[in-house]
Write a protein that binds this ligand. Structure first.
Ligand code: ATP
Ligand code: MG
Length: 266
């Protein structure tokens, strides 16, 4: 964060010995096995790893949407048991309500929080402006591009002011240019409003650009293979990608992910 030291000592999320086994029609799948990670307050964690290694499973467990088979997740020292307004989630497929306008979509979470009407409107407008959609407040999702829909999803997550943002490949379905734009916006937003971010991506460059630490997961059963500090100071922007240390990190992390990918192919 620009000119301001982040308190990296306070632990926000503790993932302790988390295991997840799915019993499906195709038998038993050990999706996660022995996952341990401490996430600091206001940290930006990016998770990379081959398809099927359990990234979404882990995010859903932190969100309280799935229960671990063993182990636990603590947020501010309290065991996660179900979803909560302290954790906002953004998925790859813009989970907007098609029958609601942009404004009503962003206000949705605020209604659950039971804020007075005027306050709901003011908060919704603040975040709609933040993502640059003030001209589209009354548009419906079907009238928006993919990038715009994802901006609405981000505004909606921010509006309820969660202390943790959980994002599962939020830019995965977007074209390269829109993706670049949204990365820059997300970085700026994160620098403005302190939040702890847990962001899943397949894109190693995206992970390094955003993260203070990148978590590399191994092929199934999913475990944490390595956690890499990204010691490139914020604020960052697209030019950060041209730094020699960026390229070095990219080669290192990409090599590791590729090795795991080959494991999946075996
Ligand atoms: N509801 C479920 N029932 C049975 N198996 C599941 C379920 N959800 C996930 N799995 C299995 O658990 C493993 C991990 O899935 P998960 O979606 O967490 O992986 P991922 O790392 O997010 O993959 P991707 O990168 O493709 O999104 C996979 O083998 C998947 O098939
Ligand atoms: Mg996934």
């Amino acid at each position: 964060m620009a000119g301001e030291a982040r308190d990296l000592r306070k632990i926000k999320v503790q993932i302790k010995d988390v295991e997840k086994v799915y019993e499906g029609r195709n038998g038993r799948t050990v999706a996660l096995n022995g996952v341990n990670l401490d996430i600091y307050d206001n940290e930006f964690i990016c998770v990379v790893g081959p398809s099927g290694c359990g990234k979404s499973t882990l995010l859903n467990i932190i969100a309280g949407l799935h229960e671990p088979t063993a182990g636990e997740v603590l947020v501010d020292g309290v065991k996660v048991e179900g979803t909560g307004v302290d954790r906002g989630v953004v998925f790859q497929q813009y989970a907007l309500f098609p029958w609601l306008t942009v404004k009503k979509n962003v206000e949705f979470g605020l209604r659950i929080k039971k804020l007075p009407k005027e306050e709901q409107e003011a908060v919704a407008m603040k975040y709609i402006k933040m993502v640059g959609l003030e001209k589209f407040v009354n548009a419906y999702p079907k009238e928006l591009s993919g990038g715009m829909k994802q901006r609405v999803a981000i505004a909606r997550a921010y509006a309820v002011n969660p202390s943790i943002l959980l994002m599962d490949e939020p830019f995965g379905a977007l074209d390269a240019q829109t993706r670049t734009q949204l990365q820059t916006e997300l970085l700026r937003t994160w620098e403005e409003e302190q939040k702890t971010c847990f962001f899943i991506t397949h894109d190693v460059e995206e992970a390094i650009l955003l993260a203070s630490r990148v978590v590399v997961m191994s092929a199934r059963p999913g475990r944490i293979k390595e956690v890499i500090d990204i010691n490139i100071p914020y604020p960052r922007n697209q030019e950060t990608k041209m730094l020699p240390e960026f390229t070095e990190l990219k080669n290192y992390i990409w090599g590791m992910v590729y090795k795991e990918y080959l494991e999946v192919q075996k």
